[in-house]
Design a protein around this ligand. Structure first.
Ligand code: GDP
Ligand code: MG
Length: 176
């Protein structure tokens, strides 16, 4: 058949150092690489399948200079992966600010379905934890976001499962 190739756009956003690049590379290549240039923005792609049909998954690993940049990735993405670092209370505050900014730009979403996923990263660093899982989850609930705590260096299945469920519920559509 010649069904059009479907695509899913995922923007990864969050404070510098929260592990956006580590998560993107881990999800796309299944490898954990520990050092990245934090000034580098990149978009990765991998093919996946959904109900037996191919699905292209695009991930934009953002580097934010300022909120003036918001429009670009907000308009581009179907799914917003907002990352904080469980060892940094500040990174959770930053993530909450981003969730608010996405809602504020709802007019860019062209009535598309869009999904928010708040990810508490680095939960392998339990000794340095500053944010409880309940605290992260409360922020997610407040902003109608899904939630997962995980480690980009460990098991990212919680993220894969959330993304897959989101693909199922939100068939990609075009923005006319
Ligand atoms: P970004 O600025 O948000 O893209 O963050 P990076 O992906 O560059 O990660 C910042 C630092 O945190 C790097 O030194 C990573 O190796 C480290 N890091 C990222 N994720 C994890 C994680 O889940 N666990 C641990 N222990 N370190 C991580
Ligand atoms: Mg980075």
């Amino acid at each position: 058949s010649t069904a059009p190739l479907r695509e899913m756009h995922i923007a990864i956003v969050g404070m510098t150092g929260s592990g956006k690049s580590a998560l993107a590379v881990r999800y796309i290549t299944k490898r954990f690489i520990s050092e990245y240039d934090s000034t580098l923005e990149d978009t990765y792609c991998r093919t996946d399948s959904l109900n037996g049909q191919p699905l292209m998954v695009w991930m934009m690993d953002t580097v934010e200079d300022s909120s003036r940049d918001d429009v670009r990735w907000i308009a581009w993405a179907d799914i917003y992966l907002v990352v904080y670092d469980i060892t940094s209370q500040l990174s959770l505050q930053y993530a909450e600010g981003i969730l608010e900014r996405i809602q504020r730009h709802e007019h860019l979403l062209c009535a598309r379905e869009h999904k928010l996923i708040l990810v508490g990263n680095k939960n392998d660093l339990e000794r340095y934890r500053q944010v409880s899982e309940a605290e992260g989850e409360a922020v997610a609930v407040k902003h109608k976001s899904q939630f997962a705590e995980l480690s980009a260096a460990g098991d990212i299945r919680p993220l894969s499962q959330l993304l897959h469920a989101t693909f199922q519920e939100n068939p990609p559509r075009s923005c006319a």
